[in-house]
Design a protein around this ligand. Structure first.
Ligand code: G1P
Length: 307
């Protein structure tokens, strides 16, 4: 099985970050010095993906601008001997073809994936949700690709979550446990209640899927009254005979899709980064021990009052 394409859905409204996302796409949220989409591109390149299909909309020019070459900026940095500041982006760009596909209405993740069907042939392809960042040397997608090749089927990344968190995720039911990390899937439920959840294995935003997902999406579309969920289409494809596996990916997974998750991501990444780790540790220790970062009106200096 050779997998060369990945779909990255980026056309969501980003409502959890409004009003900030009114003018800046959520995928451009900074995680230390790079936007989230940059980490997705890095992970795709690590998995030897050759073609990234970004599902976007006309309100997100910042996303396309980010990857477009900026000749004037590049020259200005070269003149100052600072070309290293954007060289990592330039070198990634040369390794992968980028195609932008418009999703004119936010009709759900399944619908977003369906928008790229004209580019996917009779092949397996990857899906990467940019809210989920997985820090791992080889990357999460590369781990899934190895499983997909070995098992000859579709593979979903999962992680174990506490039962009181299952309703935030798609959750997989297990037909058979094949190894410590690998499961054959029996059913999938999007955002189940605790009593409906078939397990505590929650879907993380990385998938390797068969092109058979497109007829499955069509079948759902015929009855859809609301958003079309990718999880439901995977269940449909599986019931039509496609083998679906769940793989517990290795690495640290961050959810950047809400304000608290984003804060944890930035702090977690800073603590792993030799340039910032000591200072951030010191900052967190101080904040905890002395509360010195809390606003205290009694200690505030009134710069306007006369002495
Ligand atoms: C999406 C998927 C869900 C998955 C989650 C992972 O949900 O629909 O199955 O568990 O991503 O982040 P969302 O978070 O976009 O609502």
């Amino acid at each position: 099985m050779s997998v060369s394409k990945v779909i990255v859905p980026c056309a969501g409204l980003g409502t959890r970050f409004l009003p900030w996302t009114k003018s800046i796409p959520k995928e451009m949220i900074p995680l230390l010095d790079k936007p989230a989409i940059h980490y997705i591109l890095e992970e795709a390149v690590k998995a030897s993906i050759k073609h990234m299909i970004i599902i976007t909309n006309t309100h997100k020019p910042a996303l396309t601008n980010y990857f477009d070459p900026d000749v004037a900026l590049e020259q200005a940095l070269r003149d100052r001997g600072k070309e290293n500041l954007i060289s990592s982006l330039e070198s990634l760009r040369t390794k992968i073809q980028l195609t932008y596909v418009n999703q004119s209405e936010p009709l759900g993740l399944g619908h977003a994936i369906g928008c790229a069907r004209h580019i996917i042939e009779k092949e397996y392809f990857g899906v990467m949700l940019p809210d989920d960042i997985v820090v791992h040397q080889r990357g999460a997608l590369d781990q899934l690709l190895r499983v997909a090749r070995q098992e000859g089927g579709s593979v979903i990344a999962v992680q174990e979550v506490p039962l009181d968190c299952v309703s935030s995720y798609g959750v997989v039911g297990i037909k058979k446990q094949l190894t410590n990390h690998l499961f054959q899937v029996s059913n999938l439920i999007e955002k189940p209640s605790q009593s409906q959840a078939p397990s505590c294995l929650a879907i993380v935003g990385r998938y390797v899927l068969s092109h058979k997902i497109f007829p499955a999406l069509d079948e759902l579309n015929a009855y859809a009254t609301d958003e079309i969920q990718l999880t439901d289409a995977i269940a449909q494809m599986m019931h039509k005979g496609e083998k679906v596996f769940a793989f517990k990916v290795e690495g640290v997974r961050y959810d950047t899709g809400n304000v608290l998750g984003w804060l944890k991501t930035v702090i977690g990444m800073a603590l792993q980064n030799p340039e910032y780790a000591d200072q951030i540790k010191g900052f967190l220790d101080d904040a905890q021990s002395t509360n010195s970062f809390l606003y205290n009106p009694e200690k505030t200096i009134d710069h306007l009052s006369k002495k």
